[in-house]
Ligand binder design. Structure first.
Ligand code: CA
Length: 223
């Protein structure tokens, strides 16, 4: 299961992609504009992004630039109605990882996405650092002041999500969607419990928690 963002203003096309990816058990968010795409990218962490070139309020290429410059690392599959090679090159140079020319077979799209998500995430930093913590993504290890701290898989995933965007508030719902499987039946209470457990492991006595609770909204990693 991956969390995938689809930015596509053609309703029918978006619907076909959404249904197919859901059928493949992915978590899919669909938006139709540059502005909404940007908002979703700023708020959530995705495993892959499907992005239409021509959006009503901007171009996919500008959206990629904004996403990459904000540190976004998810692989991006660009959809284009254009057949001009220079446009494709521009897309790839601009930070897209692959492109698909419309019209395409939906199976082709999911095959390309699978290939992109299997790729080693070359742009992703292997070690996230914040305050006295170091989270080694590849080795799945957390160090606090250089000491190894044991985390449960869900705690690790939760901390990774928060540490990837320090200072950015993640809604409880977004955390549930990203960290827990849909069928796990996780609730706000599940998130609260995990955050409490995590705090006990990572916080330092007498100092404010590294995971800040934004009342009524969610959580963020202290900047
Ligand atoms: Ca379009």
């Amino acid at each position: 299961m991956a969390k995938i963002l689809v930015v596509e203003d053609d309703d029918h096309q978006a619907d076909v992609i959404e249904k197919w990816l859901q059928h493949e058990h992915h978590n899919v968010d669909v938006v139709a504009t540059f502005a909404d795409g940007k908002a979703m990218m700023d708020s959530y962490t995705y495993d892959a992004i499907v992005l239409d070139w021509g959006l009503p309020d901007g171009t996919g290429i500008d959206l990629i630039a904004a996403y990459r410059s904000a540190g976004g690392t998810a692989p991006i599959l660009m959809l284009t109605g254009r057949t001009d090679t220079s446009d494709k090159e521009q897309g790839l140079d601009g930070g897209a990882d692959d492109y698909l020319t419309k019209p395409f077979q939906i199976r082709e799209l999911s095959a390309r996405l699978r290939a992109l998500m299997r790729r080693p995430a070359m742009m992703v930093s292997d070690v996230l650092k914040g305050h006295n913590l170091e989270l080694d993504i590849n080795k799945h290890q957390l160090f606090k002041d250089g000491e190894l701290i044991k985390l449960f898989p869900q705690e690790f995933s939760l901390l990774e999500t928060l540490m990837r965007k320090p200072g950015v508030v993640h809604t409880t719902e977004a955390l549930i969607n990203h960290v827990w499987k849909s069928e796990a039946g996780a609730s706000g209470e599940t998130v609260r419990t995990s955050v409490l457990r995590l705090r006990k492991k990572i916080d330092t006595a007498g100092e404010p928690s590294l995971i800040e609770n934004v009342h009524g909204v969610g959580y963020k990693f202290r900047q």
